[in-house]
Ligand binder design. Structure first.
Ligand SMILES: Nc1ncnc2c1ncn2[C@@H]1O[C@H](COP(=O)(O)OP(=O)(O)O)[C@@H](O)[C@H]1O
Ligand SMILES: [Mg+2]
Length: 221
């Protein structure tokens, strides 16, 4: 369960304060796939970054599985992200110098897991996204759709409770985009994960359980 309670975010631009999130209250129950739509610049990525602990709210609370995150240290956030949260980005963000299977294995290694288990789990996830034959390739040798499938495997390999996705279809054609959202939905429904996906695509949003719209730092449903 993800809970946001009166969350605001104000950036400073030179001397001026730039309010980007203006009081977000939101609950995403466990197992629900939520999509967030809304115009560019309305604050969607900022919201995802706050839920991921990549940035902190100016005011308000983010509560994950009943635990307020406000008092977490950077280290505690890193552990939380490493164990409970997976993230998929618009530009795939695979590391270019690592093979596909090494990219998928990385979240496990960052948790200190080593040995044959790592390769086994990475392989199993490559199988889930139908890339088992591409493990030894490098990201640039894959199509956009394949890179995003690898990124989904990487986001899921540590079996997080929460999957966040920031415009995961933004760099893909309609068919490939539909495949990615289908895949995210199938994989997360199988294990009851909670999903928050930002998207510009009405088609992608329609595959979610629930859609909210962000306009100028506020949510409406
Ligand atoms: N780190 C930052 N510092 C200053 N302004 C930022 C920062 N991140 C985002 N913004 C501003 O916040 C607003 C919302 O950005 P963002 O959350 O990326 O919107 P969206 O993802 O909906 O397009 C934009 O005006 C953007 O320029
Ligand atoms: Mg954005």
């Amino acid at each position: 369960m993800i809970q946001l309670d009166g969350v605001t975010k104000v950036f400073s631009r030179g001397e001026r304060a730039l309010p980007v999130l203006r009081g977000i209250t939101l609950q995403v129950p466990k197992g629900v796939f939520l999509s967030i739509m809304g115009p560019s610049g309305s604050g969607k990525s900022t919201l995802i970054n706050l839920i991921a602990g990549l940035d902190v709210p100016t005011e308000g609370q983010i509560i994950i599985d009943g635990k307020p995150t406000e008092t977490l240290s950077d280290d505690a956030w890193t552990t939380l992200r490493g164990t409970k949260i997976g993230i998929v980005f618009q530009f795939f963000n695979l590391l270019p110098t690592l093979s596909v299977i090494e990219n998928v294995a990385l979240p496990l290694q960052l948790q200190g897991i080593n040995g044959p288990e790592v390769t086994q789990r990475a392989k199993a996830w490559l199988q889930e996204v139908e890339l088992h034959h591409r493990g030894a390739h490098y990201p640039h040798e894959l199509s956009g759709g394949e890179q995003q499938r690898a990124a989904v495997a990487r986001a899921m390999v540590h079996e997080p409770d929460i999957l966040l996705a920031d415009e995961p279809t933004g760099n893909l054609d309609t068919t490939r985009g539909r495949e990615i959202v289908d895949l995210m939905r199938a994989l997360t429904k199988k294990s009851g994960q909670t999903v928050v996906m930002v998207t510009h695509s009405h088609e992608a949003a329609a595959m979610a359980d629930r859609t909210v719209t962000m306009i100028d730092g506020r949510l409406s449903s």
